[in-house]
Design a protein around this ligand. Structure first.
Ligand code: NAP
Ligand code: FE
Length: 370
């Protein structure tokens, strides 16, 4: 019929109170837990308290490393890795948005491998990483079900990912109550990140019938939340659907990875501090126009599933959710295009991409009448 490769490495617990309802699944990885979280997300979401409650009950020692930056850098995860090693950690629990979850993957490796963190990018480590548990507090990255970690590399002025099957979280506890404390802006930006995962996974050279199933379902569920996103009525039900959609989109990119919207978006985040999901979202309409030249049917299917007649209508919807308020120069966009060409994921875009194509997408998205 067809050939495909499909791998999911994470046991998923989804739904309200899933941590308290599955305590044995959290305490079975050892006696010393290293908790990785952001400055506020663990506490504000309530997830940190729930996790600590379960660890205390089971007599598990823990320490909380709550210094993960947004878009964590190599230096940030190296410091966390040193602390995790010093604590003799048996396992790592990541709590937060994509930043702490991605950081927990790097820390799980660095805790048992005393290496220059740059080596993570080439998977140059020998000891098996510590087991990881993931508790998302945003509904966007899907990092709780992927083996990818995206880190900021200051020397290269960009973000880069590493992927290793040993950092698939062993378990993910996915509970929408932890996303209720997100601001509307974070909710919108992260929802757009999830949507771009589904779309970029679908318009991906290595997509297959299985990854497409997840991508299409992620988009169907996203569609059910469009009204809530537009009129800022994110009740519990809508937040749970967005979290489910984000998980499905994560399962998609666990097979395919992302492509050029992410690759170009990294520069918008690195140089202009635009949040990750918004950075992708600002480029998504032009990205669809560009890819419709070679993958017209698939682009039309995306629009159909999302409930838009054409790309203009999709662009109108995105324009209601996010606006670019930042100025760019042509020279800056040329640098971003050149950096994006160096991303491994560029090769997976469904249409062959040149640096000039990237520049055009950036220019149309960010400069022309926007
Ligand atoms: P984030 O950077 O983890 O968090 C953004 C902001 O939201 C932070 O200020 C954070 O606070 C706050 N926040 C998070 N959850 C909250 C909650 N429940 N209540 C209140 N505030 C909350 O954002 P993200 O978009 O989820 O993750 C982005 C990162 O993930 C990027 O580095 C991106 O490259 C990466 N990513 C990874 C994958 C993958 O497959 N692994 C895919 C896509 C993106 P704190 O600072 O206090 O935490
Ligand atoms: Fe993303």
């Amino acid at each position: 019929m067809t050939q495909f490769r499909f791998q999911l490495g994470t046991k998923v617990f989804f739904g309200k109170d899933c941590i308290n309802n599955n305590k044995p699944e959290i305490v079975k990885y050892g006696k010393r837990a290293f908790i990785v979280t952001g400055r506020t997300s663990g506490r504000k979401s309530g997830a940190l308290d729930d996790v600590i409650g379960v660890l205390n009950e089971a007599g598990i020692e823990y320490t909380v490393y709550d210094r993960i930056e947004n878009n964590p850098s190599l230096e940030n995860v190296k410091e966390g890795g040193n602390e995790a090693s010093g604590f003799n950690s048996d396992f790592v629990i990541g709590i937060g948005g994509g930043s702490p979850l991605d950081a927990s993957k790097a820390i799980a490796i660095l805790a048992v491998n005393d290496i220059d963190p740059f080596k993570l990018l080439k998977n140059e480590f020998t000891n098996k990483p510590l087991p990881i548990i993931a508790v998302p507090t945003t509904a966007g990255t899907g990092s709780e079900v992927t083996a990818a970690s995206i880190l900021t590399i200051k020397d290269l002025q960009t973000k880069m990912s590493f992927v290793h099957e040993d950092v698939f979280p062993r378990a993910a506890f996915i509970d929408a109550k932890y996303t209720e404390s997100m601001s509307y802006d974070v909710a919108v930006n992260t929802a757009i990140d999830a949507l771009s995962h589904a779309i970029e996974g679908y318009l991906n050279r290595i997509s297959n019938i299985m990854s497409d199933l997840y991508a299409i379902e992620a988009m169907k569920v996203f569609r059910e939340c469009i009204g809530n996103l537009l009129d800022n009525s994110l009740d519990y039900d809508a937040r749970e659907r967005l979290l489910y959609s984000s998980m499905l989109a994560g399962m998609t990119i666990a097979q395919t990875g992302t492509t050029i919207a992410h690759g170009m978006g990294y520069s918008l985040t690195y140089f202009k501090d635009i949040p990750h999901g918004k950075a992708n979202g600002l480029l998504l309409s032009e990205y669809l126009r560009y890819n419709s030249e070679t993958a017209g049917e698939k682009v039309q299917r995306i629009l159909d599933v999302l409930g838009f007649k054409n790309i203009d209508e999709f662009e109108g919807f995105m324009g209601k959710l996010i606006r670019n308020e930042i100025g760019f120069s042509t020279e800056e966009l040329r640098i971003y295009a050149s950096l994006a060409m160096k991303q491994r994921s560029t090769l997976k875009n469904v249409r062959d991409v040149t640096e000039e194509d990237m520049f055009e997408i950036l220019n149309k998205s960010l400069m022309e009448n926007k």
